[in-house]
Design a protein around this ligand. Structure first.
Ligand SMILES: Nc1ncnc2c1ncn2[C@@H]1O[C@H](COP(=O)(O)OP(=O)(O)O)[C@@H](O)[C@H]1O
Ligand SMILES: [Mg+2]
Length: 429
């Protein structure tokens, strides 16, 4: 088969790495890819948003399957366009991807079917949003831009002044552009966050390993939000919680999307928070998580192309996900200053060979004058899987010591919350 992966970050490097192991694959391409991907696939300089360019390329190279990494091309209708041209593609249609790209739509949909979620209000006028402020007695509340904002559209608001400022910035000054045409004001929930991933053909469901992302810049979940500083997989959950998530959240969502006429095909990512009154939906995403996929990928035993084809061809009933009994950690190495202004072009040095069990995925790198240099905020992902989380953590941080670039920064506590959670559970027993 000829396979094309759309995207060029750490998640797409992990996808290409896993797809490259499939016996079914003959030629593997990535658009636009990155220097890490270039070692195992042919990179072509087409942007993920250039849907016509991608269709043309897929026809020219007789691509048998296209796999989409990021959300933006999905929300622009890349799947609809490929389908129209008779090309196979893994991912949801534009209509189904609204579950991620329009948070107001997602909230209304979930409320309609009583799928556990925070209480919410939706506003497109600042006057209305400020009128609602008069009724708020307890802070924080959460204000979210409804559209895709690349992780920069969610604000935990601690008082009236902050609320007024955010409403003004988003709904009046349009600082987030189109993404902020509408806002969702939500009840603030507390609890551990986790990400659940399922493959679905619109009706049938296969569960992939779960994960916990670490959004904040600093250890102990402090500091500003980022695209993700690391993840571990799986997320330890009791059978009770797991069953609740499957039966009360994931299955109803997929079946109701089908019923509503926008069946979801692809990977559905439930961003959940386990509150004292049970798991609730923070958001749904319509693609793999970055960096959660990098953490989860070494746990998947299957030929991933078979799983993707099962989704595309509606053959999931014949497949089972085989998950290795391991724990995996992904740590993201970022540039100094990220998630705000940061410098790029710093030379990346890797001293000594990495352990054979280590996976190194490129996120923001490029080759300049024959040297590997930084080219983004999130630069590299280091992944290690082991029999337990403690060993995985120890190994991944040992391996990171071999990597250097000026200003390199990373969190030192990825995996710690999972270890604590398991210790507590053992004590209860
Ligand atoms: N209702 C909520 N209560 C508490 N925290 C929230 C709530 N909604 C979002 N958050 C926090 O904000 C982060 C980002 O919100 P999310 O809805 O996942 O938006 P996005 O990933 O699109 O930026 C979440 O991971 C969570 O930490
Ligand atoms: Mg999120």
């Amino acid at each position: 088969m000829n396979v094309l992966v759309v995207g060029g970050g750490g998640r797409e490097h992990a996808l290409v790495w896993k797809i490259n192991k499939s016996r079914k694959v003959k030629n593997l391409y990535a658009a636009p890819g990155n220097p890490g991907i270039a070692k195992i696939a042919t990179c072509v300089n087409i942007l993920p948003t250039d849907i016509n360019g991608l269709v043309r390329f897929a026809k020219e190279k007789n691509i048998d399957l296209t796999v989409v990494g990021p959300e933006l091309p999905l929300s622009l209708g890349i799947v609809d366009e490929f389908n129209k041209n008779g090309l196979k593609i893994f991912g949801p249609t534009r209509a189904a991807s609204r579950i991620e790209s329009d948070k107001s739509f997602a909230r209304e949909f979930l409320a309609q079917y009583d799928i556990p979620s925070p209480k919410f209000q939706i506003y497109d006028s600042a006057a209305q949003a400020l009128k609602y402020l008069k009724t708020i007695n307890t802070f924080p509340v959460v204000v979210k831009a409804a559209g895709l904002a690349g992780g920069k559209g969610v604000f935990i608001v601690n008082n009236k002044n902050e609320y007024e400022r955010i409403v003004d910035e988003v709904l009046v000054q349009h600082k987030l552009g189109e993404a902020g045409k509408k806002i969702v004001v939500e009840e603030f929930l507390t609890g551990q966050e986790c990400s659940v991933f399922v493959l679905t053909d619109g009706l049938r469901i296969l569960y992939l390993p779960s994960a916990q992302d670490h959004k904040r810049l600093y250890d102990g979940n402090r500091g500003p939000n980022t695209g993700g500083m690391g993840a571990y997989s799986p997320y330890p959950m009791s059978k009770l919680v797991t069953d609740f998530i499957k039966e009360v959240i994931v299955q109803p969502t997929i079946l109701c999307m089908h019923e509503k006429g926008f069946p979801f095909k692809g990977v559905l990512y439930a961003g959940l928070i386990i509150t004292p009154s049970g798991p609730k939906v923070l958001e749904f995403n319509c693609r793999f998580g970055d960096p959660e996929f990098q953490a989860m990928v070494p746990l998947i035993e299957n030929d991933i192309i078979e799983l993707f084809l099962g989704v595309v061809d509606n053959n999931l009933q014949d497949l089972q996900v085989k998950i290795k009994n391991l724990w995996s950690i992904c740590v993201v190495l970022v540039s100094a200053g990220y998630p705000f202004d940061y410098k790029i072009g710093e030379e990346i040095q890797i001293k000594g060979p990495l352990d054979t069990g280590t996976l190194l995925f490129h996120a923001g790198t490029k080759i300049e004058d024959g040297k590997l240099v930084t080219a983004g905020g999130r630069v590299l992902n280091v992944v290690y899987a082991a029999d337990n989380l403690r060993v995985a953590k120890q190994k991944v941080y040992e391996e990171i010591k071999k990597i250097h670039f000026n200003g390199m920064f990373y969190r030192k506590d990825i995996g710690s919350s999972g270890m604590k959670k398991m210790k507590r559970k053992r004590k209860v027993r």
